[in-house]
Ligand binder design. Structure first.
Ligand code: ADP
Length: 270
């Protein structure tokens, strides 16, 4: 949208002059539109599971004297409500990240711990599919930021890698640092992403084809959350992929040097 929104105020100065004050409100119009889109998307995404929950509850009530059916409906009900909880959680998380220009309470973060936690959280599901999770690269690096958010971001990338990889494949999480830049990469041997989708996967609610995933319960919010976490740390996230071969997602954020760390220790951010 290339239009410009001007807000114009007119004031009369005596009988001969008119004062015009024009204010450029383009940015605030754009933000309003983004917000409206987000709300429309949210309502759309919530409608399906909410509808399913209420239908299943009705079905459950109607099937009350058939134990097998009750079991089946109850199971589906619990799955739908889990999905509802997940979407809600991710929406809240994303709104928080979007609202914040900066991190509230940055701290020195041990990157090895971030990677180990992200891997641990995915261990059970990876084992279930015979997928090997390996980590490597530079040890002992540090970042300045929010440990929980960084764990959530890497966790998301590892969880996606599992979602879109075949059984018995390998996923690597690598850390590389140098020149003040820290890179955390997650590489899989999965189905990959077509060129035309590469830019779009970071958009809110964008999903390529839910049927591609192992578990179709995704929300399309994961990578958008990863992007905002990286941005709030002063960095970004990139993707390389070859359809049929695999993908690598890389979070790049500033590295914390020894000199920075001394400063951060003595002079906590306001
Ligand atoms: P979802 O909840 O659908 O996983 P994401 O925002 O995490 O949402 O990802 C958006 C889309 O990007 C996914 O629907 C999937 O098609 C694609 N994608 C993400 N990670 C990978 C990956 N490692 N390999 C292949 N496709 C991926």
């Amino acid at each position: 949208d290339a239009s410009v929104h001007l807000f114009v105020r007119v004031a009369r100065l005596g009988t001969r002059f008119v004062l015009l004050v024009a204010e450029d409100r383009t940015e605030s119009y754009r933000l309003d539109a983004v917000r409206r889109d987000f709300v429309a998307n949210i309502s759309h995404e919530l409608k399906t599971p909410i509808g399913a929950v209420s239908l299943l509850a009705e079905a459950l009530a109607a099937a009350s004297d058939e134990p097998e059916q009750v079991k089946r409906f109850a199971k589906r009900l619990s799955k739908e409500s889990e999905r509802l909880a997940r979407i809600t959680r991710e929406i809240i998380e994303l709104s928080r990240l979007q609202a914040a220009d900066a991190l509230a309470r940055p701290e020195i973060v041990d990157v090895d711990h971030v990677v180990a936690s992200a891997i641990d959280q995915n261990r059970v599901i990876a084992d279930k599919h015979g997928i090997r999770l390996a980590s490597g690269g530079d040890a002992g690096t540090r970042a300045y930021g929010d440990e929980d958010l960084l764990i959530a971001a890497v966790q998301n990338l590892v969880s996606n890698a599992i979602q879109y990889s075949p059984d018995n494949s390998r996923i690597g999480v690598g850390v590389v640092s140098g020149d003040g830049v820290l890179e955390i990469s997650v590489t899989d041997q999965g189905i990959g992403i077509e060129e035309q989708d590469l830019d779009r996967v970071f958009e809110r609610f964008y999903r390529i084809d839910p049927a591609r995933a192992r578990n179709t319960g995704g929300t399309g919010l994961g990578l958008s959350i990863v992007k905002h976490v990286a941005q709030n740390h002063g960095g970004d996230v990139r993707v390389w992929s070859q359809p049929g071969k695999g993908s690598t997602f890389t979070i790049r954020i500033p590295e914390l040097t020894d000199a920075d760390a001394r400063l951060a220790d003595h002079d906590p951010a306001p």
